[in-house]
Design a protein around this ligand. Structure first.
Ligand code: 4AD
Ligand code: MG
Length: 431
């Protein structure tokens, strides 16, 4: 008999059916000659009742000896049972341990640091499993939207020779005797690709040597970036809001169970709709002051300001037209005000804050060179990038979405480390 996925057994149609299941011991208790063993596989969990008078002595002994996380196989009859978790139970006819387990080190009231040290085992938890399933679906939904919009997926490099987002968060390493960096963003390479493909995107790891410990910064995260020829800031905002809305709706439909288990009501995601509220930086500063913030004119929005702006919102908002001096060298100057740039941050609601950074790109080589110098960079290292403005340049725009930032909001997670199986933060690169 074939093994069946556990989720496929949790249906009326399976009542009284004889089935075979394999998985890991998720929980266990015994009472009066019956061992109740909850088994987990990738699809779900089911309680198996192993009872003395229904199984061989050998099976009964195996059930009694099986520790949490042992790998087991069982054959039995599915029973509808309101008392069982999930509403169904398996009455075992046979039970065996395929691979035993040592006493599992995870139990209630372990410290977070301890749990992070054994992350390779902690990721077996139901919470982590739900998150990883939602993330897999989220990446699929993102790719689906890009495909619908006629974008090509591309594979830009991770080893790079220059900064995209400033020198202070660069990871440096020795590359055959020369200094090289881990990519902070694929943007500059995506810009090079629009001259042949026009609409491109990439989903790559990005690296930031973030020295602070916060609930929204990782040293390594997955970056979803798009770049489109002929697109201006207005077109960019429309694309970003369509992407976020599509992903919310798709997940509400395809990952509703996991989302509910994580504490996010899918109905809230279905309410997200375009257009998102648009706020210029200057107006955002004014609004913040009304809310009691002491933000100084010309300063970037921090986590606290983003929280104030979004805590009462039910869906994301845009802040646009930031001051030039706090934004990256590649952002296009606003033709109506040379002190600002044509850019946007997309902020997730409920206080979650920035999930996307995007901009129209500067076309003028002279301006790019000057801005690089102001940033402390040597324009010579960016010759290849400056070339893009020397051979048939066209207006274009693009954005970067932090996959984990989006997921943190969608799945209503406290800490960004729970959006990745093996978080990389300032004090941790193990396991
Ligand atoms: O705003 P950022 O720095 O913009 C860029 O890197 C652009 N070059 C992207 C582009 O236009 N192609 O980063 C983009 C997004 C942020 O909005 C945030 O969601 C995420 O990347 N991000 C991080 N996510 C997790 N941990 C970090 N340390 C992050 N830094 C940025
Ligand atoms: Mg940003």
């Amino acid at each position: 008999m074939e093994f069946q996925p556990i989720a496929s057994l949790l249906h009326e149609s399976q009542h009284e059916k004889k089935v075979r299941v394999r998985g890991w011991v998720h929980r266990k208790r015994s009472s009066g000659g019956v061992a109740f063993i909850v088994i987990r596989d990738a699809s779900g969990i089911i309680q198996v009742a192993v009872k003395k008078d229904r199984v061989s002595d050998e099976s009964m002994r195996a059930a009694e000896e099986a520790l949490m996380e042992a790998h087991v196989e069982t054959e039995g009859i599915v029973q509808k049972d309101r008392r069982a978790p999930g509403g169904f139970e398996m009455r075992a006819l046979d039970f065996r341990i395929r691979h035993s387990a040592k006493p599992f080190p995870i139990s209630r009231d372990k410290s977070t640091e301890f749990l992070l040290d054994i992350r390779h085992l902690w990721i077996r938890s139901q919470q982590q499993t739900h998150v990883m399933k939602v993330k897999a679906q989220m990446l699929e939904s993102i790719r689906l939207l890009f495909k619908k919009k006629g974008y090509f997926e591309t594979t830009p490099p991770i080893i790079v020779s220059g900064a995209c987002e400033g020198g202070s968060t660069l990871f440096t390493f020795d590359y055959f005797g020369k200094k090289a960096f881990l990519s902070q963003s694929a943007q500059l390479y995506l810009e090079a690709l629009i001259y042949s493909l026009e609409k491109v995107y990439a989903i790559t790891p990005s690296f930031r040597a973030e020295k602070s410990r916060t609930v929204r910064h990782l040293a390594e995260y997955w970056h979803v970036e798009g770049e489109e020829a002929y697109m201006d800031l207005d077109g960019l905002l429309k694309f970003e809001e369509e992407l976020v809305t599509f992903v919310c709706h798709d997940l509400a439909k395809k990952s509703s169970e996991e989302l509910r288990a994580l504490g996010r009501d899918p109905a809230e995601l279905l309410k997200v709709k375009t257009p998102f509220k648009r706020l210029r930086y200057n107006d955002a500063v004014e609004l913040l002051r009304e809310k009691g913030s002491h933000i100084k004119e010309g300063h970037d929005l921090g986590a606290e300001e983003e929280r104030l702006l979004t805590e009462k919102e039910a869906q994301p908002i845009f802040v646009t037209h930031f001051p030039k001096k706090i934004k990256a060298f590649y952002m296009s100057e606003d033709p109506e005000d040379s002190k600002t740039v044509l850019c946007n941050d997309c902020l997730a609601p409920e206080g979650y804050g920035e999930i996307i950074g995007g901009s129209q790109r500067e076309d003028d080589v002279k301006k790019l060179e000057a801005r690089l110098r102001t940033e402390g960079q040597n324009p010579n290292n960016y010759e290849w990038y400056l070339d893009l403005r020397r051979y048939g340049s066209v207006p274009h725009s693009g954005f970067g979405l932090g996959a984990e930032r989006l997921l943190r909001w969608i799945a209503k997670l406290e800490h960004i480390r729970d959006t990745v199986p093996f978080p990389r933060v300032i004090n941790r690169s193990y396991p």
